[in-house]
Design a protein around this ligand. Structure first.
Ligand SMILES: [Zn+2]
Length: 355
C-alpha cells in the first residue's frame, strides 16, 4: 500500500507567480463557469469538453510567461473546484457561486525535480527556478520513496512524501483513550499518560479572546474578522503542535516495538464521555479525539502498522479483568464489586479497549 505524510515548511515564494496564478485561476473560473448549464429542474451541469479546454488553454498561454504546466494545473484545479461545487449545489448544499479565495499554487510533479535532498521548482523554463534544500529541515522524513504534487503559498510550501509500506503483522496492540485533559494508553503492558491540560488551557484562552472580539464586531466588523482569523489560526497551530508531538512520540514507540493501535470508534464517543458536559468541553473532547486518531493513524501507517477501531459499548460498566459490574467509587475512581478492582476510569477504559 502507498502511504503519505504532508509537511509544511517556511519559504519565500516568487511573488509574481503567486499573484499571476491567482488572477489566472479567477479568469479560468469565469471562463469555465460560462459553460455551466441550469436544467429545468434547477440542477447544474458542466459542458466543458476537451476542445473547449484546449481553446481556453491556448488563449491563456498567450499572456503567460511562466511554465506552461501552471496553466494546466490552474485549469485542473478550477474544474475540480467547480465540479465539487456542482455536486454540492445539486444536493442543495451550496448557495453562492464558488470563488477563488486562496493564493495557492499547485505545482504538478512535472514542474519540479528532487536530487540529493533538494527540490528544484521551475518558475520560468530555463530561466528561473526556486530551489529548496530539504536537508535544512531536520524534522522532514528521510525514509520516503517519492514526493507528490506541491502546494506553494506566499511564505510556505506544503510537501507530500510518499512511501510504499508493507502492512506488518503486529507483535502486540496498544490501546488509547482520549479525554478532555489527558490521553491514556496501555502500551507494552504499561499504563502511559499524556497530559492535555496545556491544550485545554490554550482553547480556554482563545475562547475568551473570541468572546472579546465578538463584542468588537458591532463597531468594527472588519477588524473583528481579521482578528478572529488571526487568533483562530494561532490557536489551531499551537493545538496541532501539541498533538503532533504526542502522536509522533507514540508512533515511534509503537514502531520500535512493532505494535498496532486500538482506538475507540468515534461514533460511540458522545454516549460515553461527552454526556452532560458543557458545550465547549464537548467540542474540545471531540476535537482532541479526532485529531489524535487522525494523526496517529497516518503516522502508524507510515511504518506499516495497523489501527483498529472498536466499539467499547460497556467500557464504563464492565470490569476489564472479570467482566463484573463496575460502579462509581470516589472521584474519578471506579470499583468492581466482583473482584475488588479499583481503578481510574480512564485506565479502565483503555484496558477495556485492549481486551
Ligand atoms: Zn472485576
Amino acid at each position: 500500500m502507498e502511504v503519505i505524510k504532508s509537511y509544511s515548511i517556511s519559504i519565500t515564494a516568487p511573488k509574481e507567480l503567486i499573484e499571476e496564478y491567482f488572477k489566472l485561476k479567477k479568469t479560468v473560473l469565469d471562463e469555465v463557469f460560462k459553460h455551466a448549464r441550469y436544467s429545468k429542474s434547477g440542477k447544474v451541469h458542466l459542458k466543458f469538453d476537451k476542445n473547449k479546454r484546449k481553446e481556453l488553454r491556448d488563449k491563456l498561454l498567450k499572456n503567460w510567461r511562466f511554465a506552461k504546466h501552471y496553466v494546466d494545473s490552474a485549469i485542473n484545479s478550477v474544474i475540480g473546484l467547480v465540479k465539487g461545487w456542482i455536486s454540492l449545489y445539486n444536493r442543495g448544499k451550496a448557495k453562492s457561486k464558488p470563488e477563488i479565495t486562496k493564493k495557492t499554487v499547485y505545482v504538478k510533479t512535472t514542474l519540479f525535480s528532487v536530487k540529493n535532498g533538494k527540490i528544484k521548482i521551475t518558475i520560468e523554463p530555463k530561466k528561473r527556478y526556486l530551489e529548496i534544500n530539504l536537508t535544512k529541515f531536520n524534522y522532514l522524513p528521510k525514509d520516503y520513496d517519492s514526493i507528490g504534487g506541491l502546494i506553494l503559498m506566499e511564505n510556505k510550501l506544503i510537501i507530500t512524501f510518499k512511501k510504499k509500506a508493507e502492512l506488518i503483522k503486529p507483535r502486540d496492540y496498544a490501546s488509547f483513550d482520549v479525554n478532555l485533559t489527558n490521553i491514556t494508553g496501555f502500551v507494552n503492558r504499561r499504563i502511559v499518560r499524556f497530559d492535555l491540560k496545556e491544550l485545554y488551557h490554550i482553547h480556554r484562552v482563545y475562547e475568551e479572546k473570541r468572546k472579546r472580539i465578538q463584542k468588537l464586531a458591532k463597531t468594527k466588523p472588519k477588524t473583528a474578522k481579521r482578528l478572529m482569523e488571526k487568533y483562530s489560526k494561532r490557536e489551531r497551530n499551537r493545538a496541532t503542535d501539541i498533538m503532533h508531538k504526542i502522536t509522533t512520540t507514540i508512533a515511534r514507540e509503537l514502531a520500535s516495538t512493532k505494535c498496532g493501535a486500538i482506538l475507540e470508534n468515534l461514533k460511540n464517543i458522545k454516549d460515553r464521555i461527552l454526556n452532560g458536559s458543557k458545550d465547549l468541553n464537548r467540542k474540545l473532547s471531540k476535537w482532541n479525539c479526532r485529531m489524535f486518531q487522525f494523526m496517529l493513524e497516518y503516522k502508524l501507517k507510515w511504518f506499516g502498522l495497523p489501527v483498529k477501531y472498536v466499539n467499547p459499548a460497556n467500557s464504563s460498566k464492565t470490569c476489564p479483568l472479570c467482566s463484573g459490574r463496575l460502579s462509581a467509587y470516589e472521584g474519578r475512581l471506579i470499583m468492581c464489586k466482583n473482584c475488588g478492582l479499583i481503578q481510574d476510569r480512564d485506565v479502565i477504559a483503555v484496558l477495556y479497549l485492549r481486551m
